[in-house]
Design a protein around this ligand. Structure first.
Ligand SMILES: Cc1ncc(C[n+]2csc(CCOP(=O)(O)OP(=O)(O)O)c2C)c(N)n1
Ligand SMILES: [Mg+2]
Length: 543
């Protein structure tokens, strides 16, 4: 089933990656050399993608969570035929290139999410896999599996050490996200040296305890990887992890050491590695014709899958015109026209906490917005995030719009990034004081321009009674320091309604709503302009 051309293609992938790192004299050769076999098997025998239309909605999602191995991803995208020319691979890590040191969100060339901070890609992938199930429930009809794909991840030791991956893995196991498949680059090396220095988890046992389907294979045995991927796809009720035992820096002088993790091999090291793989040691960025033809064949197969899907979609649009309209809007990232008319108005002289106003706003608008998916990190009654009509998402049941994330703020927020990457409009709640727990993910949402909404309640001086651990002091200021995050701190009910309007009309980045626990007077009648508002505030002595 695997022949010399497969091996040659994997070698070409490796050589392209080490040439890119060497040209930049900076980067990470270890992961590409070690993980090329699993990447090749995945991208040729299992993944569904069309490099001619990278944003095909029903493509399988691939996340290189170990973003430091980006030379592997860029080489793979180039070989697979994505619009990423060889000059971009040659310009690895150079200013203005599409090939930054760690991948940055760029779906037009096949990069599904920004990775680099370890663990985030893993948790984003849980969000992508959850989005796939939610969307399948919304759109699929008998004989019309419009949304029907897998989410694949390559994750490293560091990814699995990071806390956020623990939260997300536990949650994925709970929900039974059967279409999530993780290839673990199990090389027992991280930057400080052997993982034995700091890591003695029994990873397979840990994931089995989370409720995952677990396999262990030799990560350089293509047939074994292929079989494991097939078994992982057959397991539909549980997420899968395949621990692939690999050699970091395979074939290089520094193989199996931490040195090869993040240091270029050097001109001599590159030559030695090329000799070891039977490659011309003087050839740089060389792609043999048979390797180019090999990838073209898979590109054509992918294009055919997309063509078949497009013709199914055309029949679907005729058979289900209303759903078809929703689908078109979803694909364009648009919300139901006129939804703003449902925004409630709050009467003067009825003091109300802005968290309560937020709950009322959501209750009014959520039924209009099929792609809005809410949740809370176990503070639902405090955050007022669940609306009366919202059905909850639960293990094996994805026909809902409300997610109980459990006490997993960091995981929740990274999963929300994944939901947003797949086109849903997620919002999630916790106390403002705990915004620190999800700060790394807010920054990534801001960098990627994802329209995620954070419902941060309990912005109140009255919280003093909970003690200093619950009293937000510097939080609003520090959130305002994140570029491209909009921080809105409405002063009453009507401003809360406007804040939701602003947050949901925004499609190019995240918004934090900072809401009170205590009741506030209504100082801003809904329909008046700024001048009147000023006058009213002056009358009340609160401007
Ligand atoms: C949150 C976070 N902390 C630290 C780093 C810096 N860093 C990059 S790779 C790495 C660990 C490398 O080990 P592993 O993940 O096993 O990758 P491998 O060396 O096997 O390629 C670290 C600590 C990071 N990228 N993200
Ligand atoms: Mg490692």
């Amino acid at each position: 089933m695997f022949n010399e051309t497969d091996v040659l293609a994997a070698t070409a992938l490796r050589m392209l990656a080490i040439d890119a790192v060497q040209a930049a004299n900076s980067g990470h050769p270890g992961l590409p050399l070690g993980a090329a076999d699993m990447a090749l098997v995945l991208w040729t025998r299992h993944m569904k993608y069309d490099p001619g239309q990278p944003e095909w909605p029903n493509r399988d999602r691939f996340v290189l969570s170990a973003g430091h191995g980006s030379a592997l991803l860029y080489s793979l995208l180039h070989l697979a035929g994505y619009p990423l020319p060889i000059d971009e691979v040659k310009n690895f890590r150079q200013w203005g290139s599409q090939t930054a040191g760690h991948p940055e969100y760029d779906p037009k060339i096949g990069i599904e999410t920004t990775t680099g901070p370890l663990g985030q890609g893993f948790a984003n992938a849980v969000g992508l896999a959850l989005a796939e199930r939610i969307l399948a429930e919304k759109f699929n009809q008998p004989d019309f599996p419009v949304v029907d794909h897998h989410t694949y991840v390559i994750a490293s030791d560091g990814d699995l050490m990071e806390g956020v991956s623990h939260e997300a893995a536990s949650f994925a196991g709970h929900l039974g996200l059967g279409r999530l498949i993780v290839l673990y680059d199990d090389n027992s090396i991280s930057i400080d040296g052997s993982t034995e220095l700091s890591y003695s988890d029994d990873v397979p046992a840990r994931f089995a305890a989370y409720g995952w389907h677990v396999q262990q294979v030799d990560g350089h045995d293509m047939a074994a990887i292929d079989q494991a991927l097939t078994a992982a796809k057959e397991e539909t009720g549980r997420p899968s992890i395949i621990a692939c035992k690999t050699h970091i820096g395979l074939g290089s002088p520094g193989q199996d050491t931490s040195k090869v993790h993040g240091s270029p091999l050097g001109e001599e090291g590159v030559k030695q590695t090329k000799r070891k793989f039977g490659w011309d040691e003087d050839a740089k960025f060389f792609i043999p014709d048979e390797v180019a033809a090999y990838f073209t064949q898979y590109k054509e197969m992918g294009a055919q899958k997309n063509t078949d899907w497009q013709s199914m979609l055309a029949s679907y649009m005729e058979a289900f015109p209303e759903l078809g309209e929703d689908w078109e809007r979803f694909v364009k990232g648009e919300l139901t026209p006129g939804w703003q008319s449902k925004l409630p108005e709050f009467e003067a002289d009825k003091p109300l906490a802005t968290r309560s106003a937020s709950g009322k706003v959501l209750a009014a608008i959520a039924p209009e917005l099929p792609t809005l998916v809410g949740g809370s990190a176990d503070l639902t009654p405090s955050n007022n995030t669940r609306t009366p009509d919202a059905k909850e998402i639960s293990p094996g049941n994805f026909a809902g719009s409300y997610i109980h994330y459990g006490v997993r703020e960091h995981g929740m927020s990274s999963i929300m990034n994944g939901l947003a990457l797949h086109g849903l409009r997620p919002f999630g709640g916790t106390f403002l004081i705990f915004s620190d727990y999800l700060r790394p993910t807010i920054r990534l949402a801001a960098m990627m321009g994802l329209p995620v909404v954070y419902v941060f309640t309990h912005d109140s001086i009255g919280l003093g009674e909970d003690g200093p651990t619950h009293q937000p002091v510097e939080h609003v200021t520090s959130l305002r320091a994140i570029p491209n995050l909009w921080v809105l701190r409405p002063a009453d009910g009507n401003e809360t309604a406007k804040a939701w309007k602003v947050a949901l009309e925004r499609s190019d980045g995240p918004t934090a709503l900072v809401l009170t626990r205590q009741a506030l007077p209504q100082i801003c009648p809904a329909t008046t302009g700024l001048e009147n508002r000023r006058a009213i505030r002056c009358q009340r002595g609160c401007w």
